[in-house]
Design a protein around this ligand. Structure first.
Ligand code: DX5
Ligand code: ZN
Length: 215
């Protein structure tokens, strides 16, 4: 069964504790945390103090998605802040292998995110080192955007690459995930579905998470 990771970017920052408790209570699996620097993506989300506040209330693993340039600078900080999965962008890492080794040496699982235009074949020589591939199904930077349909084919291609190399890598989908595309994504091979606005803007977030999980 696929894991569900509610994206805190869409939560109510004035009531973070309440939204974290909703996620704790739900059938979801991880907290998805988006860190944006206004350079790699055209938006700034939040940084360490807010992550610290989330960590205080979160009772599930923190899946931290770094949309920042030169992420190596902060790997140790994110480990100290309790991240269990730390994902860097392929497009932001000159020495990706080194970044992944550093993440793992800090005791975290290492993820690599791909922008919609980046082919998964770029991961061919490093796939066995990756714990999680995050396929961006929107252009990163903002919540609430529409899902890019070519993602389905990319999930299939990623699954094939993982199997070919006998890697033990999870496939995560991030952006525009709803109950309209969840089934097809899972069928294509998705292991983790990130969803922000679909969950937090719903009238019944708990039921929405349950539906995503069971669809
Ligand atoms: C986009 C972020 C996503 C975002 C998803 O740059 O990486 O995690 O929060 O939001 P929705 O589900 O609203 O598209
Ligand atoms: Zn994300």
């Amino acid at each position: 069964m696929a894991r569900i990771a509610p994206s805190i970017l869409a939560a109510d920052f004035g009531n973070l504790q309440q939204d974290c408790e909703m996620v704790n209570k739900s059938v979801s699996d991880w907290f998805h945390i988006d860190i944006m620097d206004g350079v790699f993506v055209p938006n700034i989300s939040f940084g360490m103090p807010v992550l610290k506040a989330i960590q205080k209330h979160a009772a599930k693993p923190l899946d931290v998605h770094l949309m920042i340039v030169d992420p190596d600078r902060y790997i140790e900080n994110f480990a100290e802040l309790g991240a269990q999965i730390l994902t860097v962008h392929y497009e932001a890492c000159t020495h990706l292998h080194r970044s992944l080794q550093k993440i793992k040496s800090c005791g975290m699982q290492a993820g690599v995110a791909l922008n919609p235009h980046t082919p998964v074949t770029h991961l061919e020589s490093i796939i066995t080192e990756i714990d999680l591939v995050c396929l961006m199904s929107v252009n990163p930077g903002f919540g609430g955007q529409s899902f890019i349909p070519s993602t389905y084919k990319k999930v299939t291609a990623t699954k094939e690459l993982i199997q070919k190399h006998k890697a033990n890598t999870l496939i995560e989908i991030d952006g525009g995930v709803t109950d309209k595309n969840a089934r097809e994504l899972k069928t294509a091979g998705a292991d983790v579905l990130v969803a922000g606005s679909h969950i937090f803007k719903a009238t019944d977030p708990l039921a929405t998470i349950e539906k995503l999980k069971n669809t």
